[in-house]
Design a binder for this molecule. Structure first.
Ligand code: URA
Length: 246
């Protein structure tokens, strides 16, 4: 990983402070002063010190990606760019994968990690992690739809969904903009829920997953590590849920 990213992950200071620490010759790799933030290091193989204190690499990595349209939620793909390929080589870790899946034409919040246990907690069907989406639909969404979503939509074919909260932001006959919160992750769930009430999703973006909220400063295709606060809150969110499920 990049030396500046390692320092940021170790929470030795802000990005600006990390730059200053590097310039003031406080950081060494295997005993040699390094002043370049983009310098690649591997804390498992090298000793990185700040003012002679050893910095361990993070046990796991967690990246918040604003997934762009066109990328597939996979590690490898023969035909399309994958979300893992959007992570720069120096930030990639062995075993890095997306937690769950967004369709190729869906944008928004996607978590990537090399921590399989956390992914399992997030995806476990019993956990009921709330995911909020912003959607644009090709017709007027109505109060009757809001009620139907609240009761629980049944797909054509008989599969029934848990009750979902639908909020209409704007609606005209030609187009509606809505927020939808769901607690499951059925395949193409949002699109199929609207198809069940005779409407088509023409734009879809995930805004939240559990306590994680998409950082709107990230343009589609950009990512950043989760802050320690985000990670702690996410962990607390799971703990509450698992207590609720006992
Ligand atoms: N529901 C969908 O239909 N597509 C997604 O990408 C996510 C949820």
């Amino acid at each position: 990983m990049r030396l500046d990213k390692l320092l940021e992950a170790a929470e030795v200071g802000s990005r600006k402070q990390v730059k200053r620490l590097l310039i003031s010759r406080h950081v060494k790799v295997d005993g040699q002063v390094i002043q370049i933030g983009s310098f690649n290091v591997d804390p498992a193989l090298q000793q990185v010190t700040l003012k002679d204190k050893i910095l361990e690499g993070p046990a796991h990595v967690y990246y918040m990606l604003n997934k762009p349209k066109g990328a597939v939620s996979a590690v490898r793909d023969q035909r399309h760019q994958t979300v893992v390929e959007l992570i720069s080589q120096s930030d990639r870790r062995h075993g890095l994968f997306p937690v769950g899946r967004l369709d190729r034409d869906t944008e928004g919040l996607l978590l990537l990690t090399d921590n399989g246990k956390l992914a399992h907690q997030l995806l476990g069907p019993l956990k009921g992690v709330i995911k909020q989406y912003e959607a644009v639909v090709n017709e007027g969404v109505t109060e009757a739809d809001v009620q139907a979503f609240q009761r629980g939509i049944t797909f054509h074919g008989g599969v029934t969904c848990q009750p979902a909260r639908l909020e209409i932001l704007s609606a005209s006959q030609a187009e509606s903009r809505v927020l939808l919160s769901i607690t499951e992750g059925k395949f193409h769930q949002v699109k199929k829920m609207f198809l069940a009430v005779g409407k088509k999703v023409i734009y879809l973006k995930r805004l939240t997953m559990g306590s994680l909220v998409l950082d709107e400063a990230l343009s589609p295709g950009e990512y950043r590590p989760l802050t320690s606060e985000e990670l702690t809150r996410l962990q607390a969110y799971f703990n509450e849920r698992s207590e609720g499920n006992d």
